[in-house]
Design a protein around this ligand. Sequence first.
Ligand SMILES: Nc1ncnc2c1ncn2[C@@H]1O[C@H](COP(=O)(O)OP(=O)(O)OP(=O)(O)O)[C@@H](O)[C@H]1O
Length: 253
Amino acid sequence: MTELLRAEHISKRFGPVTALRDVSLRLGRGEVLGLIGDNGAGKSTLIKTLCGFHRPDSGRIVVDGEETTLRSVGHARSLGIDTVYQDLALVDQLSVYHNMFLNREVVRWPFLRNRAMRKLARQHLDEIGVDIPDVTVEVARLSGGQRQAIAVARSVYSARRVLLLDEPLAAMGAKEGAQILDLIADLKARGDIAMILIVHNYAQVLDVCDRVNLLQHGTITFDKPTAETSLDELTDLVVSEYRRRRATGTGGR
Ligand SMILES: Nc1ncnc2c1ncn2[C@@H]1O[C@H](COP(=O)(O)OP(=O)(O)OP(=O)(O)O)[C@@H](O)[C@H]1O
């Protein structure tokens, strides 16, 4: 399997807090890695380090065989690494299609090609099966699930190598969540990009991911193919850690 992204010995501190400690992972083309762990374990920090938002204090990032210092989110995006954030980063007052092309507008200088963007947005949403009747409507008027679908669709459209999804199912109903999971499964079936997915529901992790990593206090403590683990094992891992911390009165780090 072609390796698209490798992180080696990544560490990241915020003042006294060690958010990531010697984290290494590999992602192959077509592979989906599930990242699980308690609140504050370092999952978002890891995603933000891999998408160029945070600079790691130490460690290496290798993108498609080339060691790279990710200078910014824009730089990572130019290398084909795209991110769906927890807080979505949609602009409420803009239309669906403007949001889909935010920061990557189709321009014939000095004019925005609105008609072209509308057509492409429509095409793309249809292609990936997202049900939004009108791409000219403001995203503020859409449901949480539709907004989430747009955020995912936007990244699905632009990610060329790696798609990082930080809780894309947060605050979604069952039907909407299933729709996003289907989207991720379709993208995986396409086989040309790699994904990291943070999801709190372990059944969903087992459903769509090839591997699962558990992050505890900034360290990867568990790494297995999903085919070799189970809901019980994943639940036990997290619950036993919680019990251990309660018993010893430690918060980690
Ligand atoms: N910008 C920041 N400045 C200071 N501390 C931070 C910053 N970002 C994260 N942290 C700290 O780093 C640790 C890891 O946080 P992170 O958000 O990565 O965890 P997480 O696993 O994504 O948690 P959650 O599931 O709650 O989103 C936490 O202790 C958090 O308070």
